[in-house]
Design a protein around this ligand. Structure first.
Ligand code: FAD
Length: 307
């Protein structure tokens, strides 16, 4: 019940100001956000790779309101790529981007987001790595998939995300499961209406499994974004059934969530990529993490009281 309330608050400026100024916030945010600057995140990347993990880096931010902010988002990713260039990690360190941060919701936003994201994808390819387009709320997805298709003409390795809670996603999964495509499947983290999305957790899990089957039996490269132990076991079973080797798909989890499981799966020989978010505009990302697990909210409230 709390989840939808927290997700509604994630879009409120008033709550943003309140949460950002609250005592104890920084300490709780630090569980999910790997640092504020690129200089702080680079050692986190190195440590993850040394432990047998891979990463996808997210410069936090979304819902920007000016073209200047969109250009600044592009530049933040370009700065990140400059830092990664010296590490020579190839696809062990890729990037995840939210097109809303690149200007997608502004006037002429589709073209603007494409123009801003293209140099990032180009720069990533130049250092031997890739970019994945995150999935945001359902109103943005036609534009995201069109940008994904456009980018793939020159950079076929560009990935995208699909969300199991949306009715449309089985169709998207079929369309995307062709040779060479990279698709991350997640449950979905936004507040969506019953007209477009399953509301019941069990229904979402069933849809996730149906989509997993489509991806595993298809010709693309599935990226399984989940911390759910049942879905991880089902993934392993389906992958075996489809004759996939351990490096024909990968698991992905969020920085700070079930970290022991990251290491355990990597030690079993799986590719495990940690979605590592950093930056100062962490509010939306942080609130979605609270919404996913009400216990996080209790921990957050307790930290405010005990400060
Ligand atoms: P759940 O059933 O929610 O969780 C399973 C178990 O994992 C829980 O019981 C708990 O132990 C643990 N857990 C899950 N979430 C938390 C948390 N916040 N704090 C503490 N423990 C937790 N969503 C999008 O809409 N678009 C995206 O582009 C997107 N990208 C993602 C990328 C990655 C790599 C991952 C892992 C998730 C992404 N998500 C994205 C979020 C996703 O949609 C879910 O909201 C999130 O993963 C929680 O679902 P779950 O599959 O882990 O299952």
């Amino acid at each position: 019940m709390l989840g939808p309330v927290i997700l509604a608050a994630s879009r409120s400026d008033k709550m943003r100001r309140f949460v950002s100024a609250a005592p104890g916030t920084k300490q709780v945010v630090a569980r999910f956000i790997a640092g504020e600057t690129v200089e702080q995140v680079v050692p986190v990347v190195k440590e993850a790779v040394a432990r047998g993990l891979e990463v996808t880096l997210d410069v936090v931010g979304e819902d920007i309101t000016t073209r200047e902010q969109a250009a600044a988002a592009r530049d933040a990713y370009l700065e990140l790529i400059e830092h990664l260039a010296g590490l020579g990690l190839g696809t062990k360190a890729e990037m995840s981007v939210k097109l809303s941060m690149f200007g997608q919701s502004l006037e002429g936003g589709h073209e603007l987001a494409l123009a801003n994201v293209r140099p990032v994808v180009e720069a990533a390819a130049a250092i031997g790595t890739t970019v994945t387009l995150d999935a945001e709320d359902h109103t943005t997805l036609d534009s995201m998939f069109a940008i994904h298709e456009e980018l793939r003409k020159d950079f076929p390795q560009t990935g995208c995300v699909i969300q199991a809670y949306l009715f449309r996603t089985e169709g998207d999964a079929r369309r995307l499961s062709e040779a060479g495509s990279r698709v991350r499947i997640v449950k979905g983290a936004y507040k969506e209406p019953a007209s477009v999305a399953y509301q019941d957790k069990a229904e979402i899990d069933k849809a996730y499994v149906r989509i997993l089957k489509i991806l595993m039996e298809g010709d693309g490269y599935p990226m399984i974004g989940s911390h759910d132990p049942r879905l991880i076991a089902i993934t392993q079973e389906l992958a075996r059934g489809a004759g996939r080797k351990l490096d024909d798909y990968e698991f992905q989890m969020l920085y700070g969530i079930r970290s022991d499981e990251h290491v355990r799966l990597a030690a079993e020989g799986h590719r495990m990529r940690v979605y590592t978010a950093y930056g100062t505009d962490w509010y939306g990302y942080f609130m979605r993490r609270l919404a996913e697990k009400p216990a996080n909210l209790l921990f957050f409230l307790r930290s405010m009281i005990t400060k």
